[in-house]
Design a protein around this ligand. Structure first.
Ligand code: PPS
Length: 339
């Protein structure tokens, strides 16, 4: 009792502030409506976290954008269904918390299925916390940055001409939606023992998809029928997902349409692909920041995140086979606009 009352009072105060913002935004200060809308959504997310009553059946897939979120969504979909792809978009089967549930006021407990699967890019601080399972996906930050760059060119029309070095500077400074990659990853990895968390890395899935799928299934308490494994692996492959790109990309969901329609959402799927686009200057700056932010996350994870792990250097291994105009502000305060 002593713990819930302050939470309720805080949630009610946030609700009151949200009503005020909505009133001011709609009726008084129309020119500021984009900024107020972002403030409204940020507050809604905080409120959602406060009123969330979790269940052990809830399963969150959480990542910093471009770290393999969609891949994890597909793995969970294949593990929890007949895998027949009977959805127009993958977010129908694992909705994006801050783009659908929060703005529509829907609860995780309203979703069908066991487990109920929700996708989110929220930092540890903001994720609704409960007794459910949390899969946190990580990927080498330089590959994340390059993937994010192509995403931004495709989905943020007003900025799509930004050259790579400008985008990279903003990524390093955390001035992209969802803020600093370094803070996001460090925040989750430092707090993983506080929730029921499984950390999965993109590089591991690339090297051994079957092993990764088994680890995820074990964590979720899902028994895999051996006869189903070939189907799961085939449908979670880069080639299959690329072939069904429209069910994963944001193209159909956005207005206006993406500025760059030739880039597929399931784009390249490579480990170490950053080497084709970033030179030693970028790598030096990135490694310096890794040293500052990620030294305490464990050696193996540090190697993966910094791109110094085995299989990540040298030649690029090919795999077998971005957010609306006002997506989020550049300081990453509002969790919007990233798939
Ligand atoms: S988002 O917008 O944040 O949800 O993007 P996200 O899904 O996290 O990341 C997209 C990148 O994941 C790659 N991807 C895959 N790689 C290998 N195999 C499979 N099956 C696969 N599915 C998605 C996708 O190609 C993006 O990476 P890049 O480097 O841009 O190709």
């Amino acid at each position: 009792m002593r713990r819930t009352r302050p939470r309720k009072i805080l949630a009610a105060s946030i609700g009151w502030a949200m009503s005020l913002i909505r009133f001011v935004g709609r009726d008084v200060l129309k020119p500021l409506s984009v900024k107020l809308n972002l403030a409204y959504l940020t507050l809604s997310t905080h409120r959602y976290r406060l009123v969330y009553e979790g269940s052990p059946d809830d399963l969150f897939i959480v990542t910093y954008p471009k770290s393999g979120t969609t891949w994890l969504q597909m793995i969970l979909y294949q593990l929890t269904s007949d895998g027949e792809m009977d959805f127009a978009h993958i977010d129908e089967v694992s909705p994006h918390l801050e783009e659908t549930l929060v703005p529509m006021g829907r609860k995780v407990s309203d979703l069908p299925g066991t487990p109920r699967v929700v996708k989110s890019h929220l930092p540890y601080r903001d994720i609704p916390k409960g007794p459910g399972r949390y899969i946190y996906g990580i990927r080498n930050g330089l590959d994340v940055a390059v993937s994010y760059y192509h995403h931004s060119r495709k989905y943020w029309p007003q900025r799509n001409q930004r050259p790579m070095d400008e985008f990279f500077g903003q990524f390093m400074a955390g001035r992209v939606p969802y803020g600093s990659w370094f803070e996001h990853v460090a925040g989750w990895l430092r707090n993983e023992d506080r929730l029921n968390v499984l950390v999965v890395n993109y590089e591991e899935l690339s090297a051994d998809l079957e092993g990764g799928v088994r680890r995820i299934a074990d964590f979720c308490g899902i028994a895999i029928d051996p006869a189903e494994m070939p189907r799961i692996l085939e449908r979670c492959s880069f080639a299959f997902m690329r072939e069904h790109d429209a069910r994963f990309s944001m193209d159909r969901r956005l207005l206006p349409k993406p500025a760059e329609s030739r880039t597929a959402f399931i784009r390249q799927g490579k480990v170490g692909g950053w080497r084709q686009e970033l030179d030693a200057r970028f790598e030096r700056e990135f490694l310096k920041a890794c040293d500052r932010w990620l030294r305490d996350v464990g050696d193996d994870r540090f190697r993966i995140l910094s791109g110094q792990g085995s299989g990540q250097g040298g030649a690029v291994e090919p795999a077998p086979g971005p957010e609306s105009g006002e997506a989020a502000d550049d300081r990453g305060r509002a969790p919007l606009g990233v798939g």
